[in-house]
Ligand binder design. Structure first.
Ligand code: PRP
Length: 219
């Protein structure tokens, strides 16, 4: 039996994801050692390999087949636009992609003014403003702390992730428009889906059942 390889987005979602895999009988003991510098973790018995990668790279590993399955946020899937199958919403890491800014920027959005939009997600921002709103804007790519941009005058608005809303509140900004709801998704390599159909469909079915039962329990 060949190894089935999983690419997980590094960060807050990885631990929750491994809890879900463990709950459907796919544990990885090696991964629980938080002090380790290992990059790849194996469950020899079940022939599973797990690795952690930068979120943006997960769709790349999956498209090229270096990982059969990936777990990554919908934001990254949309931004990267890779060829892969998105098969399941894991219901974790729920948040929203929004256009945000100071309250008075709402008018500029309404009147389709030529404004500057700062974001870590230029692909999503471009699709939203050009294809959905048909508004010409200037998009400025940033790499983090996006909320700074309208405060220091780099842009009128931002396109960014809002989870609790506290970063916005504490910086005098607000949600102006909602673009899309986000959460962690399972993605599958298109060839793996065929050659490992049985193992992968089983994982999808078991995971879907687990998520549904947890949602019913309100967890
Ligand atoms: C994300 C996002 C917001 C914040 C939203 O940033 O870009 O800044 O979380 O969360 P909240 O609504 O609960 O306040 P992240 O912490 O990932 O870091 P970044 O600034 O480097 O993007």
């Amino acid at each position: 039996m060949r190894y089935l390889t999983f690419a997980l987005a590094k960060g807050r979602m990885a631990k929750k994801t491994m809890e879900l895999f463990e709950a459907i009988g796919l544990p990885c003991e090696e991964m629980k050692d938080e002090g380790t510098r290992k990059l790849i973790f194996v469950n020899e018995e079940l022939k599973l390999r797990f690795f952690l990668a930068k979120a943006n790279d997960v769709p790349t590993y999956v498209e090229y087949g270096a990982a059969d399955i990936g777990i990554v946020g919908k934001d990254t899937i949309l931004e990267e636009g890779r060829r892969l199958y998105e098969v399941l919403d894991l219901g974790i890491g729920k948040c929203r992609m929004c256009v945000c800014g100071p309250k008075d920027a709402a008018d500029k959005l309404k009147h389709h003014e030529l404004i500057r939009v700062a974001t870590k997600y230029p692909g999503i921002a471009k699709d939203y403003f050009y294809n959905k709103k048909h508004q010409t804007v200037e998009i400025i790519k940033l790499n983090g702390s996006i909320e700074l941009a309208p405060i220091v005058g780099l842009s009128e608005v931002i396109v960014d992730i809002v989870e609790t809303g506290s970063t916005l509140r504490e910086n005098g900004l607000t949600v102006l428009e909602e673009i899309v709801g986000l959460s962690a998704r399972m993605v599958v390599n298109q060839v793996s889906m065929k050659i490992e159909h049985e193992r992968i469909s089983r994982i999808i079915t078991d995971m879907r059942a687990l998520i549904q039962s947890r949602e019913q329990d309100g967890r």
